[in-house]
Design a protein around this ligand. Structure first.
Ligand SMILES: *[C@@H]1O[C@H](CO)[C@@H](O)[C@H](O)[C@H]1NC(C)=O
Ligand SMILES: *[C@@H]1O[C@H](CO)[C@@H](O)[C@H](O)[C@H]1NC(C)=O
Ligand SMILES: *[C@@H]1O[C@H](CO)[C@@H](O)[C@H](O)[C@H]1NC(C)=O
Ligand SMILES: *[C@@H]1O[C@H](CO)[C@@H](O)[C@H](O)[C@H]1NC(C)=O
Ligand SMILES: *[C@@H]1O[C@H](CO)[C@@H](O)[C@H](O)[C@H]1NC(C)=O
Ligand SMILES: *[C@@H]1O[C@H](CO)[C@@H](O)[C@H](O)[C@H]1NC(C)=O
Length: 376
């Protein structure tokens, strides 16, 4: 799969030397993404970094001396490291007592490969304390179906790692079926909400509500499986995604890249008005790999076919919801993660084992790091 596209991206990739003078440079674009000095150094060195002084509208690659000690090459397309984030490697090993069990039991772990293409990106599996530093003071909303719930649970597991009692009670609350869940982790001031929103139209309503109040710092959404099972009509799904896109675009305070599509608050910004609130970081979780023969009801096996799955994917790309197709949301590609983890990582062909969602959480955190450096 390492084709010309990725080679091209590598050609555009960014060599970064961070001047030591920047170590104490606070990433204070908003109250989130505050880095302690140590974390900043360890994560910033080698991360695809742009300078705050250059407008992002410049579309060509350019080089600028930031100081005599450093040269920052700025790739305005921002894709190179983001596109490599999902290239994780799985390691499944049979547990020793597997032969005595009816279903073999695998120990599963994942990591970013030590390849030369991703090495400059310096992806890191964030520990609890790194993640706490990164998310300190921020409000995170995860909205969608059961995949979103599993993602929220993995994020909580990371943030509450040394507090298993809180985690167990959170898990119980979070798994009350089809209900919302809100929690505050006081030590790091993180507010994490899960919103049950199984259809794209539910997400559109949610985003509209954020437009009236203030939006969260991070918003992760998904929808598709419910629509596939209950509406089973890809063009209808496509239309609902377009409505969602329009709604999200008008949530973004100032988005030159996306202007003209869906209106927004742009025109109301005059030189005398206060600066717009920071734009939220927006993610879309794709649908998982569906293993038809493992789906647990006859109805699911009949309706959720590979063919329909493909048609739903096509609608997702057509809707221009994703950044990869010119939209506002960065894709968290559960399909490729679940595909690579494989049949041993699921029991019902639809919901995957914890490590798949853990990897997704780490990919999001690394994307936040990349983005927050670049958007400053
Ligand atoms: C895979 O994981 C097992 C433990 O689960 C470990 O012993 C082994 O070294 C790992 N293999 C690789 C290639 O990382
Ligand atoms: C035996 O298998 C179970 C999974 O069914 C696992 O939880 C347990 O840790 C395994 N024991 C050993 C010694 O590997
Ligand atoms: C990973 O790369 C580094 C150098 O970039 C090398 O020293 C190390 O041995 C590599 N590790 C593996 C497991 O290949
Ligand atoms: C969170 O950030 C505030 C400053 O904004 C700091 O005082 C506090 O110690 C931080 N908490 C953690 C757990 O890092
Ligand atoms: C989601 O949308 C559907 C159809 O538009 C609606 O029937 C349902 O009540 C909504 N659910 C939630 C939780 O808002
Ligand atoms: C999907 O819905 C549209 C109307 O929203 C309808 O015209 C079309 O026939 C439906 N397609 C299928 C395959 O049912």
């Amino acid at each position: 799969m390492l084709g010309t596209v990725q080679m091209g991206m590598m050609a555009a990739l960014v060599v970064v030397l961070v001047p030591m003078g920047m170590a104490g440079w606070h990433l204070s674009r908003n109250k989130m993404l505050f880095f302690s000095g140590a974390l900043f150094i360890s994560l910033a060195v080698g991360v695809h970094l742009s300078s705050p002084f250059f407008p992002s509208s410049l579309s060509s690659l350019f080089v600028s001396s930031l100081s005599s000690a450093a040269v920052v090459v700025f790739d305005s397309r921002r894709h190179s490291c983001l596109s490599l984030l999902h290239d994780v490697v799985w390691n499944l090993t049979l547990t020793p007592n597997s032969s005595s069990l009816s279903v073999p039991h695998y120990r599963k772990s994942w990591s970013w490969p030590n390849s030369s293409s991703s090495a400059p990106c310096n992806f890191q599996t964030l520990s609890r304390s790194d993640a706490s530093d990164l998310l300190n003071g921020s409000w995170i909303v995860v909205a969608g179906d059961s995949q979103a719930r599993l993602f929220a649970l993995s994020l909580l597991r990371l943030l509450l790692a040394d507090d298993s009692q809180s985690f167990d009670s959170a898990r119980t609350d979070l798994f009350k079926r089809h209900s919302d869940y809100k929690t505050l982790i006081p030590e790091i001031g993180v507010r994490l909400d899960f919103v049950w929103a199984p259809y794209a139209d539910n997400l559109t309503d949610l985003v509209a509500a954020f437009r009236r109040r203030s939006p969260p710092d991070v918003l992760v959404m998904d929808a598709g499986l419910w629509h596939m099972l209950r509406v089973t009509n890809d063009s209808d799904y496509g239309r609902s995604l377009k409505r969602l896109r329009d709604s999200v675009v008008s949530l973004i305070p100032f988005s030159p890249d996306l202007a003209g599509d869906g209106g927004g608050r742009r025109s109301s910004l005059s030189s005398s008005s206060p600066p717009p609130p920071p734009a939220p970081h927006l993610f879309w979780m794709g649908m998982p790999t569906l293993i038809n023969s493992m789906l647990n009801t006859e109805e699911k096996r009949e309706k959720m076919t590979d063919e329909l799955r493909g048609a739903y994917d096509k609608q997702l790309w057509k809707s221009k919801l994703l950044r990869q197709s010119g939209g506002p949301l960065l894709m968290l590609d559960i399909e490729s993660l679940s595909w690579n983890c494989g049949v041993h990582c699921t029991e019902d062909g639809m919901h995957y084992d914890v490590p798949v969602y853990e990897a997704t959480v780490q990919i999001m955190l690394n994307a936040l790091l990349i983005d927050s450096h670049q958007k400053l």
